[in-house]
Structures are given as structure tokens and as C-alpha cells.
Design a protein around this ligand. Structure first.
Ligand SMILES: [Zn+2]
Length: 166
């Protein structure tokens, strides 16, 4: 019995064609050369990157607070991602409704829900009008099946109701 694992389909480096490449597609020497070139072309940014890294190191508490604030401000992005991930698990992400424009439109819904929550002082959620999971129907994760609802309504709705219910 053959117990050795053979590496299948090792794609070559996109720059030089060497056989060992990382996830981003380049081999180590090419990656290094690219990093050096970036540094030369972006010295100011490299400097400010180094400065902020040093600041983080010296102000761990402040950096933590800053990260938390950033996460909070960008929660809608995370929610967008999570909703898609949940739907993907259920095979409910159609290929036709997953192009860049749909992705942006869906992300906008989550952003609008966030803004509405802030303005009105009640929690809004993005909901699948036809539920992804129910005994009777299988909704899809696509722009046309998403709606913004107050969280209270979304919770009472559960997966028991949908538009054009028999
Ligand atoms: Zn290379």
C-alpha cells in the first residue's frame, strides 16, 4: 500500500514559475522582491505603518478600544458576511444572485438596517422574506429575498410566515 502523500496540482509561482508558492501566488523570493519594491514606492506609507505599529505596542489599551470601536462601526459588514455564510451552509446562495452588484446591494441593506437602528432607536435586522429554513419552503439568500425588519417583528415572524403564503 502506498502511504506517501503526493502533492497534487502544485501551481507554480505567478511571477517566475517556481514550484513552491504561497497562497497569494508567489514564491518566497518573488514575494520578497515585491515587498521591497512596495517599500521603495511607498516609503511614506511604510513609515506611517511602522509608527502606528509602534503606537499600538506602547498603547495596548487604547489600541484595543480603537479596534473595538472599528468593529462596532463595521458590524454590518460582518453581519453581511455571516448571513451569507449561514445561507451557504444551507446551499441557499444562488450563483445567479451572487455577482458584484448583488453583493454591494446586499451589503447596503445591512448598512441601512444599521443606520435605521441608530436613527429610530430600535433594532432593525436584515431578514429573509422567504425563510431559508422551514418545513414548507426554502428561501434563497439573494437581494430580492432580503428585507429590513424591526428585530421584534423578525423574531415573532420566525420561519412560519412568508409572502404569498398559502
Ligand atoms: Zn517566483
Amino acid at each position: 500500500m502506498n502511504t506517501t502523500k503526493t502533492k497534487t496540482m502544485v501551481k507554480p509561482c505567478v511571477k517566475c514559475g517556481a514550484q513552491d508558492r504561497n497562497k497569494r501566488g508567489q514564491c518566497k523570493p518573488c514575494r520578497k522582491a515585491m515587498a521591497a519594491a512596495w517599500y521603495l514606492a511607498n516609503k511614506e506609507r511604510a513609515k506611517s505603518k511602522a509608527t502606528s505599529a509602534a503606537w499600538r505596542k506602547n498603547n495596548p489599551e487604547k489600541a484595543k478600544a480603537k479596534d473595538a470601536a472599528y468593529r462596532k462601526a463595521n458590524l454590518y459588514r460582518r453581519n453581511t458576511h455571516e448571513a451569507k455564510r449561514r445561507a451557504a451552509k444551507l446551499n441557499a446562495v444562488p450563483t445567479w444572485g451572487n455577482n458584484w452588484l448583488d453583493k454591494i446591494k446586499i451589503q447596503e441593506l445591512f448598512l441601512i438596517a444599521k443606520i435605521r437602528s441608530k436613527v429610530e432607536g430600535i433594532q432593525y435586522q436584515v431578514d429573509h422574506a422567504v425563510p431559508l429554513q422551514s418545513d414548507l419552503v426554502c428561501g434563497l439568500h439573494c437581494f430580492n429575498n432580503l428585507q429590513i425588519l424591526p428585530a421584534s417583528e423578525n423574531i415573532s415572524k420566525g420561519n412560519r410566515t412568508w409572502p404569498d403564503m398559502p
